[in-house]
Design a protein around this ligand. Structure first.
Ligand code: COA
Length: 373
């Protein structure tokens, strides 16, 4: 079997930032407006007034300080509370494809490869801006890659599941070189009017170039093993879909047409699954926790990452052993662990071992064990 390696990664970061202060100011202006509008119902007890959000809560509950977004004007308008992303003509590149191409070009440059040497593009993301044709095929055309391309969605685990799919094809010889790309416009499916989650997400795109070890010319990480796991749960769910107009009230402004979660349950149920998954994967490869140099975890919540790091290593990890980027990017769904890997892997020495792990809706968990070559 051929040995897959990661020879390049790229991150596209939008140029607009929303700080917690801006976020909370808009949210509180929105709640004040709604409460004033519904004053009569609040007075009769028919309706509970909406509560304010606070910067302290957001930072303490999540570790997030800011997020990058594709459009802040709509999100920060209390009368809008979602991004404004104008419809493009069918002849223009789609917005997801455009973000993805930027990240892919960076990954190709790092590996010193041309696009036409790539024969697979997987666009692995938690949402796709249209049903078809696949965003991945548009990316293939914009970049000029050969072979084939397809979209896949395993929510926050899309990147690691995409890496496993690409690795399996490289191992078996059906493709030679693959780009797994994760354009995430989370601001489009976040309910910015919901106090419990309005602070969670941000936008970004990441790309990972995977090729055969014998082809890699520069620095790279050998992919020793990949492992995926799923277990059904409704605790992170979005009911938006192609049957929307066929359902009574389907096209109404319904809460369940955006990201919804039972955050407490997610916290409690997902953490043991993830910690057990990583430890089991390492055990099966004969890797001791003391041999692990780095954990690049999904970037949803600082407390979650602290817990997983402690469980896997059996002690409190040093900050450089388990780097977080969520304070700057917030939760960027599938892209989070790849941003962490891209920004915090150069300093590892040949032979050093690390785990990329993403997890989330499904539930789903994917782990990729890598060794610096
Ligand atoms: N500002 C101020 N107070 C807020 C608030 C906000 N924005 N949002 C919620 N609160 C209040 C709640 O009403 C609650 O008040 P109460 O105790 O009087 O009932 C209190 O703060 C605690 O709320 P809770 O939702 O229990 O907070 P939490 O500490 O569990 O943190 C999450 C919430 C979402 C950060 C946390 O559950 C979490 O990280 N879950 C992981 C899931 C995740 O991030 N998933 C993404 C996909 S992987």
């Amino acid at each position: 079997m051929l040995q897959p390696v990661i020879s390049g990664t790229g991150v596209y970061t939008p140029d607009q930032i929303i700080t917690n202060a801006e976020l909370v100011q808009t949210f509180n202006a929105y709640t004040d407006k709604m409460n004033a509008k519904n004053q009569a119902a609040i007075d009769t007890g028919e309706m509970e007034p909406l509560g304010h959000s606070s910067e302290e809560f957001v930072f303490n509950a999540s570790g997030i300080q800011q997020r990058f977004v594709m459009d802040k004007t709509g999100i920060l308008d209390p009368d809008v509370m979602h991004p404004h992303l104008p419809q493009r003509s069918d002849e223009e590149p789609g917005i997801m494809a455009e973000m993805a191409v930027d990240a892919c070009i960076k990954a190709l440059a790092q590996a010193d490869r041309n696009a036409d040497e790539v024969d697979l593009v997987i666009c692995a993301a938690s949402n796709h801006e249209r049903a078809y044709p696949a965003i991945a095929i548009e990316i293939q055309q914009l970049l000029g890659t050969s072979g084939f391309a397809f979209d896949m969605n395993v929510a926050c685990s899309s990147a690691t599941f995409g890496i496993q799919a690409a690795c399996d094809m490289i191992r078996s010889g059906s493709v030679r070189r693959a780009l797994v790309v994760n354009p995430e416009i989370c601001s489009g499916h976040l309910e910015w009017r919901d106090r419990d989650c309005h602070f969670i997400f941000g936008d970004v795109a990441t790309a990972t170039l995977i090729e055969c070890k014998e082809d890699a010319t520069g620095d790279h990480f050998e992919i020793l093993s990949t492992r995926c796991l799923t277990q059904f749960s409704n605790n992170i769910r979005n009911n938006n879909g192609f049957l929307r107009r066929s359902r009574p009230d389907g096209v109404k402004d319904r809460r369940d047409m955006q990201f919804m979660q039972n955050g407490r349950k997610v916290f409690k149920e997902v953490l043991p699954i993830v910690a057990g998954h990583i430890s089991g994967h390492m055990n099966d490869l004969g890797i001791d926790k003391n041999d692990l140099k780095r954990l690049w975890l999904h970037q949803a919540n600082k407390a979650m990452n602290d817990f997983i790091g402690r469980k896997v290593l059996g002690r409190v990890p040093d900050p450089d052993e388990q780097p977080n980027i969520l304070q700057d990017y917030a939760n960027t769904s599938s892209a989070g662990s790849i941003i962490a890997f891209s920004k915090y892997s150069d300093d590892l020495s040949p032979g050093d071992l690390g785990v990329i792990c993403s997890f989330g809706a499904g539930y789903s968990v994917g782990s990729v064990i890598v060794k610096r070559a």
